[in-house]
Design a protein around this ligand. Structure first.
Ligand code: GNR
Ligand code: NI
Length: 176
């Protein structure tokens, strides 16, 4: 397994729509393991393939430690995930993103969702999620569509964050 580099704002790849996975084979499963190692090493509770520069609809999640510090790992893999249903009930949760380091804000989203996806054997599955799993899955599926959690904030807050990261990226490259 190998740990991959995570891209950050203002990298334009983060604004690109990822394409569906067509073949689930050993190469893809190796990539899933690399994503998992990258997510655990960050550390994070979720990771979308685009965050390591791969524009495919792939997500890894492990919220076990968030729920209970002594819980054993519970890695989850989602290929081509689609939201089938979202609750009208909303919930607010503090979010952060490995691609937007050191920025956190409350985000309001549907409290519960139901998704369809392919598992690591290519088998179709459905899953209902609420609490932190629902938050994390919506955050990751947003990534596959080029959407970031700051897009759910006011334009003022979003522009402030983008400006901060764009400015930071210019340091040392004054000609850009
Ligand atoms: O590690 C992460 N924590 C987190 C906390 C609240 C809501 C969403 C997340 S996902 C984030 C990792 C990440 O950037 N995934 O795309
Ligand atoms: Ni993220």
């Amino acid at each position: 397994m190998s740990k991959l580099d995570i891209i950050t704002l203002p990298d334009r790849l983060l604004r690109t729509v990822s394409t569906p996975v067509e073949r689930i084979d050993d190469d893809l499963r190796r990539f899933l393991d690399d994503m998992l190692e990258t997510m655990y090493g960050a550390p994070g509770i979720g990771l979308a393939a685009v965050q390591v520069g791969v524009l495919r609809r792939i997500v890894t999640v492990d919220v076990a430690k968030r729920e209970d510090e002594d819980a054993p790992p519970n890695p989850m893999f989602f290929i081509n995930p689609e939201i089938l249903w979202s609750s009208d009930e909303r919930d607010t949760h503090e979010e952060g993103c490995l691609s937007i380091p050191d920025y956190y804000s409350e985000v309001e989203r549907p409290a519960s969702i139901r998704i369809r996806y392919l598992d690591r054997d290519g088998k179709p599955q459905e899953l209902s999620a609420d609490s932190i799993l629902a938050v994390c899955l919506q955050h990751e599926i947003d990534h596959l569509n080029g959407t970031l959690f700051i897009d759910h904030l006011s334009k003022l807050k979003r522009d402030m964050v983008i400006k901060r990261f764009t400015k930071q990226a210019r340091i040392g490259k004054p000609d850009l």
